[in-house]
Ligand binder design. Sequence first.
Ligand code: B12
Length: 133
Amino acid sequence: MLSFTFCVLFALVVNVWGLDAPAANAQDITVEYTVINDLQGNKFKFSMLVTVPEGSVLLDVMKKAEQMKPEEFSFTTEETSWGPFVTSIHHLSGSSNDKTYWRFLSGTTPLEQGVGTYKPRNNENILAIFSTY
Ligand code: B12
């Protein structure tokens, strides 16, 4: 009986404090994130839906994708005065000799901000395409 009372009390406290639903406070957004290399060596294309809290930057989406599928979405960055510059995705690095880099787009529109500042919207389609300049 004592343990029953304890359970009821515990459930009540958890419900009142909202401890059972930590995600309910924050509004989540879902972004489709795709990485494509049609340019060099082994071609690849990987896509996944990533859910992050609203207000997250693209770097957070990339980190979550990497966490969930590291063999597909691993990436590296280099810190610059503009913030993090994405140097490689799926072990494929841009190169100043070959004039290649990872270019970021929303649908067909190139991003005008880096991954450390750009905040994707809900249902946005973000692509990283290995490109030349
Ligand atoms: C040339 C250039 C590039 C070249 C750099 C390579 C090269 N060797 O030329 C390439 C084509 C790779 C490039 C890519 C991008 N760029 Co750029 N780029 C420039 C530009 C025109 C000149 C930079 C430069 O040479 N400065 C002179 C040198 C001496 O200074 P530096 O600090 O050492 O320069 C380095 C950094 O600027 C870095 N870099 C270049 N672009 C970007 C973008 C970001 C987000 C970061 C973190 C670093 C970075 O590469 C330079 C060479 O190593 C600037 C505009 C400007 N006037 O500054 C835009 C600019 C810096 N780029 C910009 C953007 C948005 C991008 C991209 C995100 C575009 C995209 N849609 O993918 C990508 C980066 C993606 C990634 N992989 O993370 C924006 C950044 C704005 C912001 N508020 O974040 C700028 C300001 C242009 C603009 N007004 O839109 N870029």
